[in-house]
Write a protein that binds this ligand. Sequence first.
Ligand SMILES: *Cc1c(COP(=O)(O)O)cnc(C)c1O
Length: 384
Amino acid sequence: MRFRTRLHVNLEYLRENYQQILKLTNNKRVLFMAKADAYGHGAISLISYAHKELGIREFGLATLGEAKRIRDELPDLACDLFVFSDVHLEYQALYDFYLYRRVFPVISNERDLNFLLNRSEFKNFPLCIKFNTGMNRLGFTMDQVELVVNSLKNHGRTNVKHLMSHLGNSSVDINKDRSAVEQIDNFQKIKKYFQDSKIEIEASSIANSGAIEQSIGLDETHVRPGLIMYGPSSMNIDDRAVSRWRGKNISKLETYVINSFHVKKNERVGYGGNLIPEDGIVALLAIGYGDGFSTKNYKPELAYNGLIGNVVGRVNMDMCLVFFSEEKNSIRKLEKDLQAGASFNLWDHDPKNILDLSDRVNSIPYELFCQLTSRVPRVYGTSI
Ligand SMILES: *Cc1c(COP(=O)(O)O)cnc(C)c1O
C-alpha cells in the first residue's frame, strides 16, 4: 500500500456528473455501469454513495463475482444488480444471488434462455434480455427475435424486465458513421416485434456514454452510462467537438517526488544507463508498474502543471525517473516544483488532463483507470 501515491475520488463530482446526465437525457433512469471495480475507482464506495446519496437504484456489473462482492459487502443495499457477461448459470451454489438477492443475469444466448425458462426454481424469475443489433459481440441476433418471442410465449411469459442492446460505435461522430443510428433503428424493430406479440417490455436501454454525449438512443426508459459518470468524454479524439458532455473527472491521481537532482547532457541514469539528452533535472516519482503505471503506456511525454518531462528508460516496479530539460522548462520552476516531497499529479479533476494523457500514450481513459492496482489507495471525499 502507498501513502502518498493515491487516487483521490471526489464524490461531489460524481453527483454533478449524474445530474448532468439527467439533464442531457431528460431524466431517464440511470443504470450506472460499475463493472471492473467501478472503472478502477472502487465499486463498494461508489455504489454505496450513488445509491444512498444520489438515489440510483440500478447498477451494471460484468461478472457474477462482482455482484456477489457488492451483496456480501453491502448487504442492505436495496437496488438491482445486473450481470452483463459472466452470468454463470451453471453455478448452482450461487443461485441464491439470483433468486433472492436482486442480482439479474442479462441473457444473451439461447442456452441460457432455455435454462432459465425450464428450471423450476426460475419459473417466475424476471428476464433481462440483450440483443445484438450490429455490434457483434454478445446478444441474440436480429434473426432470433421470433425464436426468443416464441420461447417466451411457449413458457407462458408475457413480459421482460429489461430489454437491452449495446452500441459498438457511439464514440464516433454519428454524422461520419451512421452505424450507431442503424443499431438504434434495429432495436426499435425488436421492441415493436415484442409489443406486437403482446410481450410487455418493462424497461429498455441502449445508450452508453457516447450515445448520451450525442443525444441518441434516448427513446428508452433507461440509459447505461459508464465512463462519463467518472468524468471524461468517451468520444474519440477527432470527434470530441460534437460531444455535449461537460463533466468533471471525479479522480485525481497524485504521486510525489521522492528525489530530484540536476543532470548534465550525456550523463547516464537508471537501469540500463540511459543517456540524458540535454541539461536538466531528473525527478524520481513514487509510481511504477506495480501501481499500474507501465513503460508501455508512459514512455512518451508527461505533462502536468506547466511542466513537460519524459520518462527515462523503463518504468520501474516502484518508481519512475522523469527527465525535465532546461530548454523546455524554466529551470527556476523545475527547482521549485520538483523538490523532494513535492506533489506531482498524473491527472486531476479537469478531464482534459486524462484525455490528453491517454491520447499522448495511445490509450483510452477506461484503460488508464482500470489498470491502477490495489497498491494505490482510493481516497474518498467531497472536496478533494
Ligand atoms: C460498459 C458498458 C456500458 C457503459 O459503457 P461506457 O462507454 O463506459 O458508457 C454500457 N452497456 C454495457 C453493456 C457495457 O458493457
